[in-house]
Design a protein around this ligand. Structure first.
Ligand code: ATP
Length: 376
């Protein structure tokens, strides 16, 4: 598979009339990397992908491949492969016909066409289904055909737009592993669009979190999951509890807090000063019943208990009326008075007015060297 050094998106923007669907995206994608564009519906992920593919002209910025501009190159001449959500297979062609279609168009000699098509079918485990038509296949098998059709062309870059969203949960998991396997074994470079944070975290080497067309954070799964730069990224990454707190003391990044009538300790993501109000972001899995005598215990009354297999998902209410959600392996019942605790480094305290929609500074934010935060 042809490898490039760096694909650089420099201030890539796309507007539709006065609506900025994508603003000032700076990102360096290294050859062999798996990058996920992540965000809710309408955040501009597909716009970014279509700009990369050449299906949408840019209204600002440039895209270059190892220093050469590609943003004015026609889509079919960029050497990129696309896999769409709806597969877009030809219903009248067999699986083999669909997979070999691009090679036929490119007038690849017959023997080579057969060899490459066979190999692509093998890679996606469809050799035994080569004679069937798409209508005779399951959703997962059709998605495999779409993937084989893209990789058979040995693209420099594979672009995938929510390729698993039409599959059921079990198949999605299976195909996720399959996509990662193909990416690794073929040394592909992949840009993958999804609104599913778990999918993005499990597949990608780096994630770009978008909101309203604006880059919020670029980083590795560990960085995005463990160190979200603002409340928006935190809530998108599963920090379901956003609790009003007051800072009572500041010490080297740790904050003593007043939360309802309790005094837990959190980690400063503000920065915040003594007396400031803040929002403590906390995942349900990082909050649990406290051991007797543990410091910073938070009193709460259990309201709703849901059975989730090994754990119970619990909604409780703090003394000041704020709801909290937590997961526990302990048996609890509605109405019970309990005390909760969270590790200080899991309770991230943001300033309440943290701006979450500033354009990313043109600081080469997603450069090969830097993969850190781009929004305050
Ligand atoms: P989804 O997951 O729903 O596909 P997305 O994050 O991929 O969402 P985009 O499709 O990139 O979002 O759209 C970003 C914004 O641009 C949206 O507000 C959308 O309404 C707008 N938009 C996209 N395409 C067009 C278009 N052709 N004309 C006008 N507005 C558009």
């Amino acid at each position: 598979m042809a490898r490039f050094g760096t694909l650089r998106l420099a201030g890539v923007s796309r507007s539709f009339g006065r609506h900025a669907a994508l603003r000032d995206l700076w990102l360096d994608i290294r050859g062999g990397e798996f990058v996920a564009l992540l965000g809710p519906s309408g955040c501009g992920k597909s716009t970014a992908l279509n700009c990369l593919a050449g299906l949408l002209p840019l209204t600002g910025g440039t895209i270059s491949l190892d220093g050469e501009r590609v943003d004015s190159v026609a889509p079919e001449r960029r050497g990129f492969g696309m896999v769409f959500q709806n597969y877009a297979l030809f219903p009248h062609l067999t699986v083999r016909g669909n997979v070999g279609f691009g090679l036929r168009m490119a007038k690849v000699p017959r023997a080579e066409l057969v060899r490459r098509t066979d190999r692509a079918l093998e890679l996606v485990h469809l050799t035994d289904h080569a004679h069937k038509r798409p209508g005779q296949l399951s959703g997962g098998q059709q998605q495999r055909v779409a993937i084989a059709r893209a990789i058979v062309l040995e693209p420099r870059l594979v672009l995938m737009d929510e390729p698993l969203s039409n599959l059921d949960a079990a198949l999605r998991l299976e195909m996720r592993t399959e996509i990662r396997r193909l990416h690794q074994s073929l040394g592909l470079t992949t840009v993958y669009v999804t609104h599913d944070q778990e999918e993005a975290l499990s597949l990608a080497d780096r994630l770009v979190v978008l909101r309203d067309g604006t880059t919020q954070q670029i980083g590795t799964p560990e960085e995005i999951y463990g160190h979200p730069v603002n409340r928006y990224v935190a809530s998108f990454m599963g920090y379901r509890n956003m609790l009003d707190v007051t800072v009572t003391e500041v010490r080297e990044g740790r904050l003593a807090l007043l939360l309802a009538d309790a005094n837990p300790v959190g980690t400063d993501r503000g920065p915040l000063t003594r007396g400031a109000r803040g929002i403590a972001a906390l995942r349900p899995e990082d909050l649990d019943l406290a051991e007797p005598g543990a410091p910073g215990r938070i009193p709460a009354r259990i309201e709703v208990v849901e059975y989730h297999g090994r754990e119970l998902a619990v909604q409780a209410r703090l003394r000041d009326g704020q709801p909290v959600h937590f997961l526990t392996a302990h048996r609890v019942a509605p109405g019970a008075e309990v005390e909760l605790t969270a590790a200080p480094d899991r309770m991230l305290v943001f300033a309440p007015d943290t701006p979450v929609d500033q354009p990313s500074a043109p600081s080469r934010a997603g450069s090969a060297a830097g993969s850190g935060a781009v929004a305050p």
